[in-house]
Each structure stands twice: as structure tokens, then as C-alpha cells.
Design a protein around this ligand. Sequence first.
Ligand SMILES: Nc1ncnc2c1ncn2[C@@H]1O[C@H](COP(=O)(O)OP(=O)(O)OP(=O)(O)O)[C@@H](O)[C@H]1O
Ligand SMILES: Nc1ncnc2c1ncn2[C@@H]1O[C@H](COP(=O)(O)OP(=O)(O)OP(=O)(O)O)[C@@H](O)[C@H]1O
Ligand SMILES: [Mg+2]
Ligand SMILES: [Mg+2]
Lengths: 256, 256
Amino acid sequence: MARVVAVTNQKGGVGKTTTCVNLAASLAATRRRVLLIDMDPQGNATMGSGIDKNALQLSGYDLLTKRATAQEVCIRAEAAGYDLLPANGDLTAAEVELLNEIGREHRLRIALNSLREEYDYILIDCPPSLNLLTVNALSAADSVLIPMQCEYYALEGLAALMNTVEQIQETVNPALEIEGILRTMYDPRNSLTLDVSAQLNEYFGEKVYKAVIPRNVRLAEAPSYGLPALKYDRASKGAIAYLALAGEVVRRTGLG
Amino acid sequence: MARVVAVTNQKGGVGKTTTCVNLAASLAATRRRVLLIDMDPQGNATMGSGIDKNALQLSGYDLLTKRATAQEVCIRAEAAGYDLLPANGDLTAAEVELLNEIGREHRLRIALNSLREEYDYILIDCPPSLNLLTVNALSAADSVLIPMQCEYYALEGLAALMNTVEQIQETVNPALEIEGILRTMYDPRNSLTLDVSAQLNEYFGEKVYKAVIPRNVRLAEAPSYGLPALKYDRASKGAIAYLALAGEVVRRTGLG
Ligand SMILES: Nc1ncnc2c1ncn2[C@@H]1O[C@H](COP(=O)(O)OP(=O)(O)OP(=O)(O)O)[C@@H](O)[C@H]1O
Ligand SMILES: Nc1ncnc2c1ncn2[C@@H]1O[C@H](COP(=O)(O)OP(=O)(O)OP(=O)(O)O)[C@@H](O)[C@H]1O
Ligand SMILES: [Mg+2]
Ligand SMILES: [Mg+2]
């Protein structure tokens, strides 16, 4: 039975997609069966996994609007090493089409029921907003993983995100937990980073992952080759940090 | 008659808010009358201008839903040095309330008509998505200023942004121009930055600003004091770069 983790933060550019692609690759490298779901119309997780978002036959749009099943939409991202439920700009249309539908928040959760047995981990990359696509991801998930740049605007946005998580717990998904808070683009020489990091530890305690992702140019270069850092430069600090995160995620979820 | 510029890019974390706050402060420092409009429910431009988004009497929500006029909502951001039309999470409700209204894309444009004579520049900070709030900003604007991190996902997203601009030009705002493309968080030692920058120059030519914003920690520190970099550390590389941008914007718009 898969553990479904929504990787989310409405603050833009904090490393959601980079975390999804590299955590998926790291979990797959430790012989777990992994599915990455791209719920962002930008289609960055799709391109970052080496799949051309402009050449898709089927995508998340078809899944959410019930034009196709999850089995039909899922593809193998060979180079990256895991399965992918791809997305592109069409996903924006799904949001509009679902707005007046009954049970619109549960489309993804229901569609995933048939897949849960086939995977150990399902990761969902969310867009930078608290819209219906993000709500679908939060409704389908067992837990949320929150990438956090250690900077002011990202810290400031955490209160709004926690509010949304609470609203989801009170309505569409009472079992939703916080998987963890991940510090990304971490630069220990910078006092702002250290200040914000200290506040995260104070507020979230154990929920803050010990694994920290450093700022590492290899993580920014890898997507232009459609590869996770693990495949692009396995000795890079970025690839090693995400392997450490995968180890921590596995230990914490106790799936062994 | 004010020049209205929408600062937009659906890619998250590219420096939209940082550009709005610091360009507004730099234009104001050269004795121009400036209004900054925060159209992002995150309320980052509001907090970055030293105004507590959680203590607002009125905000962009009241303007878009016609509960208040622009004159009533606008406030003076004293420490930052310009006027502000503030925002907070309520703005998300405006989006939902407007969805079925006739002329929903033009609410901001109509509301600004009464203000245009009072300012030389009106800047609009957009959220990281191509939603109704961004469409309102593009409909109200004379031009778009596009902050761009010189990295793969940001470059990849430019095609979708250009499509949206074209759709706006064909429907709600035929006069919309491209004000310019601004390279942000620029690190000349990094070959990825140089590659992407070369592609921008090839594709956009003259539209790419000569002014380039370097990665500079002062720009990330200033918002926690509710100040633009110009007021927080006027000698910093970030503050100087935004002053150079303001000079280029003024020269290009010919407002002298
Ligand atoms: N640890 C890191 N070191 C260096 N660059 C990074 C790191 N993590 C992410 N990046 C780069 O920073 C940019 C933002 O990261 P990414 O796109 O993953 O964030 P995001 O939260 O998914 O953004 P969005 O809000 O647009 O979905 C990308 O260009 C990415 O390549
Ligand atoms: N030139 C720079 N040097 C260093 N840090 C920067 C620079 N520009 C922006 N930042 C920091 O990077 C982060 C992202 O910038 P910012 O929030 O302005 O982007 P944005 O495009 O407005 O994000 P969003 O998509 O969430 O609205 C912020 O923490 C900001 O302080
Ligand atoms: Mg992303
Ligand atoms: Mg912003």
C-alpha cells in the first residue's frame, strides 16, 4: 500500500519540483516502487523527468476529467528511473471544468485508489498556489512534505499553508499528517538562513528533516538534461543530500 | 498620466515581489509619484513595504468586489517611500466571487481609471499563476515587466507566458506591450546563467534590460525589516542594481 506524499508550498520557487524529481529518483535507487504525479500546469516535474510535456497523448487533465484512467495516463520515465503521471498546460482547463462539479476535491484521490497497491511511494508535485489542483493533491495524500527556503517571504507564508492544511483536515481529509519540513537552497554562511532555520526548529521541532539541501548548481543544471541530479552528477552535493533525505523519509514512514 | 506596468511571471520565486518593492522605491527616490499594487494573496509586496497585511482595514479584495474605491483602499507606505494598494489572503475570495461576473477581467482596470492622473508609475505585483488576478493585472496594464531567473524551468515557462500575453492582446487589452525582461539573481560565474542569458538576448534582443540584478543577500534580508534595499542598505549591490533599472525604465518609457 503506497504512502502518498503531497510536496507543497504556495510560496513560489522554494524547490518543490526539484525535491519531487530528486526524492523520487533517490527512493527508486533504493529499490522502492515510485510514482511521481505532476499537478502543476507548468509541467516542470514532467520536463525535469525527461518527458516532453508538449508531446503527451494523455495527461493529468484526462485523469481529473475522467477521460482516462490512472493506468492509461501513467508512463515510465526511463532515464529518471520511476513512473510518472505527466502534466502540461491543459491542467489549467481541468481546474475550470471541475469548479462546479460535486466532489471536485476528490477526483485525484478516487483515481489513485486503483494504483496504491502498485507503488511504495507516490509523490505529488503541487503548483505555487492554494487552488483546486493543490486541494486535490492534499485530499489524495497521507501527508505533506513542505520544502522551505530559509528566507523571510517563505517563512511568512507558512502560516497560510498551515491554515490550509488544517482546513483540509477538518473537511476533505482528516487523516492528513505533516510528513516533514525540508530546508532547501541552504547556505550556512548566511545569517538569514541560520535565523529562519532556528525559527523552523523552534516551531516544528522533530518535523524538520535533519537532511538539509544545500544550494548546489548541479540541481539547477540537471533539469535542462531531463535528469535527476543522481543521474546527471551522482557525486554532487545536491544528489547526495537528496539520497540522505530519501533515507530519512523511509526511516520515518517505517515502510523499511 | 501614469504608466501602468504589470510585473509578472507564472514561474514561482523569480523575483517579482523583490523587483516591485525595489523598483517602486528607486522610482520614488528619483521624485516620481509611484503606486505599488499587490495582486498576490500571499501579500508579500505588502509586508515587504512595511505594512502588516493582517491589520488592514481595506485591501485589494474590497477594490475588486466594489466594496471600496481605489482612493479608499490606497495607503501611504511611509518607510518605503511610495503609495500602496495592499493585499492579503482575502484576495483569494475575490477570485472566486468574480468567476461568474460579467467583465470580471476588467475590475482592476476600471477601478484604476480614477487614479491614473495622480501617479507617474503604477506597478502591479502578480501571483505565480495565470489566474483571474493576473488577468486583471494584464488587462489594466500598459506593459509587462518579466523578471527572469536565468535557469532552465524559468526559461521553459516563458513560452506559456508569451502565449498568455498574446491572448490578452487579442481579447481584453490590445495595447499591452512588453516593457522588458529583467535578469534576476544573476551569477556570472555560473555557466547555466550565461547560457540562459544568451538565449534571452537572442530571443528578446532590445527588450532585455541592460540592468542586471545580481544575487545579493541584502535583497533577501530587507523584507524582514519591511524595507526596500535602498532604505535598508543603500550601498548594497542589490540597491544599486535596482536604481540602475529605474533609470533604464524611465529612459525607455520616455516619461523623462
Ligand atoms: N538546492 C538548490 N540549489 C540550487 N538551485 C536550486 C536548488 N533547488 C532548486 N533550485 C533551482 O531553483 C529554481 C526553483 O526551484 P523549483 O523550480 O524546484 O521550485 P518550485 O517550488 O517547484 O517552483 P514553483 O513555485 O514555480 O513550482 C529552479 O531553477 C531550480 O533548478
Ligand atoms: N537578487 C536577489 N538576490 C538574492 N535574493 C533574492 C534576489 N531576488 C529575490 N531574492 C529572494 O528570493 C526569494 C524569491 O524572490 P521573490 O519572493 O521576490 O520572488 P517572486 O517571484 O515574487 O515569488 P512568488 O512566485 O512566490 O511570488 C525571496 O526570498 C527573495 O528575498
Ligand atoms: Mg515547481
Ligand atoms: Mg511574489
